[in-house]
Write a protein that binds this ligand. Structure first.
Ligand SMILES: Cc1cc2nc3c(=O)[nH]c(=O)nc-3n(C[C@H](O)[C@H](O)[C@H](O)COP(=O)(O)OP(=O)(O)OC[C@H]3O[C@@H](n4cnc5c(N)ncnc54)[C@H](O)[C@@H]3O)c2cc1C
Length: 415
């Protein structure tokens, strides 16, 4: 592995800015395909994991495609050794009609519909994988002050840092999240819409067992979800108008527990234990371009979506896997993988799918609004949907396995 002094000497094939779940997956996938990779990250994740590590409040519902990516990157076993929670069903209902829809893994011959896993654990598992890759190095803590992309005079991208050093790479991958500094330095604009909502998250214990089921109820404020974890514990995602964020955070534990019970219509009885909580404002963003010569955006740096269907990191991991395929194919054919023509293949592959999923979140919000006509439509149509197995099975397959042609890493046991 390169020493900290060496990292400024060499021209890296790829510098990945941001070692979150998506950037780390891209870095590991590229290193496994023979690229020299440097990950530039502000803060190292906790690498010291065991089953007693306190449960984090940020969790993700991972699809089968994401599970395959993590398996194929050889990091799934680390997650399983620590904590992962399969969910076998998903139950959706609303406060304004009596229509309910249940999705069951058994109906499509699957053992589960995915896993609820802490974000920190996913990131840490990927970072454990870094240590096994001799051509992958990490640089921690340096701030970027400038980005120079390849131009007619110089085919190398340069990242100037606040320690007066410069990193050189054929390709920079921006995986630095929704507020991506790299996207801004590259002057890539955004299509952005504030949802005027926040998500209040935390881990709670309920009186009744969750039955390995994720429960989602649409209310006048937005959806409320229990995501099933160990024993009677669930992760909550309580969506509220943004002006209620401070109110939700300021409630006493007893008041908070009472409010959650009410939002879920006591489907799992009373909330009997609440832990730490946090809140995140929700914004839809889609960058106008994913690529430039010498630059690719992935994950939240390229798009953020409403988390009600738990798709954000799943889409990001598919971006990472698609980019690994496109770059590896170019490298194998001895073609320059940093050109706009090459990188556009990645953009064409992923942009439409990401846009479709973003839009479908708005469709859900619209469909579940409290409105006499829509309440009547749900009342009439959803019981039919609930009994129409081919339609429901198709929806489950799409959500679990992805919609577009799957990148190699997302296929079962690709490596
Ligand atoms: C409430 C909530 C619930 C969610 N639930 C789900 C779910 O169930 N399923 C799902 O798929 N998605 C979910 N999401 C979305 C998911 O959390 C995000 O899509 C995912 O975290 C994006 O990962 P990322 O690696 O692209 O970005 P981030 O997680 O934001 O990581 C970016 C990384 O870049 C680093 N960084 C930033 N700037 C710099 C810089 N200048 N230099 C170096 N490093 C930098 C940061 O330190 C960080 O490590 C949810 C989101 C919210 C808000």
């Amino acid at each position: 592995m390169a020493t900290q002094a060496d990292i400024y000497q060499q021209v890296w094939d790829v510098v990945v800015v941001g070692g979150g779940m998506v950037g780390a997956a891209a870095a590991l996938g590229l290193a496994k395909n023979g690229f020299s990779v440097l990950v530039l990250e502000q803060q190292a994740p906790n690498m010291d994991w065991n089953r007693q590590t306190p449960v984090g409040i940020r969790v993700s519902a991972l699809t089968r495609a994401s599970e395959n990516i993590l398996r194929n990157l050889n990091v799934w076993s680390f997650i399983v050794q620590n904590r992962h929670h399969p969910f076998r069903s998903m139950h959706v209902w609303d406060a304004f009609s009596s229509a309910e829809v249940t999705f069951n893994a058994a109906e499509i011959g699957e053992a589960n519909l995915g896993y609820i896993i802490e974000n920190d654990l996913i990131q840490s598992a990927l970072w454990q994988g870094f240590a096994r890759e001799p051509n992958l190095a990490v640089s921690l803590g340096s701030k970027i002050i400038d980005l120079q992309l390849p131009n007619a005079d110089d085919a190398i991208a340069k990242l100037s840092l606040d320690n007066d050093k410069t990193l050189q790479a054929r390709l920079v991958i921006a995986a630095d999240g929704g507020r991506s500094q790299i996207r801004q330095l590259a002057n890539i604009g955004l299509n952005r819409q504030d949802y005027d909502q926040c998500a209040v998250v935390g881990i709670v214990k309920t009186e009744l067992p969750h039955q390995d089921t994720c429960w989602q109820r649409y209310t006048e404020n937005g959806p409320f979800a229990y995501l099933s974890m160990g024993n009677n514990y669930s992760s909550i995602a309580w969506y509220l108008p943004i002006e209620k964020q401070q109110w939700a955070l300021s409630l006493s534990d007893a008041e908070f527990a009472q409010a959650l019970g009410k939002a879920s219509d006591y489907r799992l009885g009373q909330v009997v234990e609440v832990g730490q909580r946090g809140a995140f404002p929700l914004i839809r963003q889609h960058s106008n371009h994913y690529v430039k010569h010498g630059l690719a955006l992935i994950g939240d740096a390229a798009h953020t979506i409403h988390p009600q269907a738990g798709q954000g990191v799943n889409l990001g991991l598919l971006d990472a896997a698609a980019l690994v395929d496109v770059l590896s194919a170019a490298k194998q054919a001895n073609r320059d993988f940093s050109t706009l023509a090459c990188l556009r293949k990645y953009e064409r592959w992923r942009r439409g799918d990401n846009a479709l999923v973003q839009r479908s979140m708005e469709w859900f919000a619209w469909f579940y609004q409290d409105n006499a006509l829509k309440n009547g439509v749900r009342q009439g149509v959803l019981p039919i949907v609930n009994h129409f197995k081919p339609g429901k099975n198709w929806l489950m397959e799409q959500a679990l396995n992805g919609r577009e042609a799957l990148p190699s890493l997302a296929q079962l046991y690709a490596i």
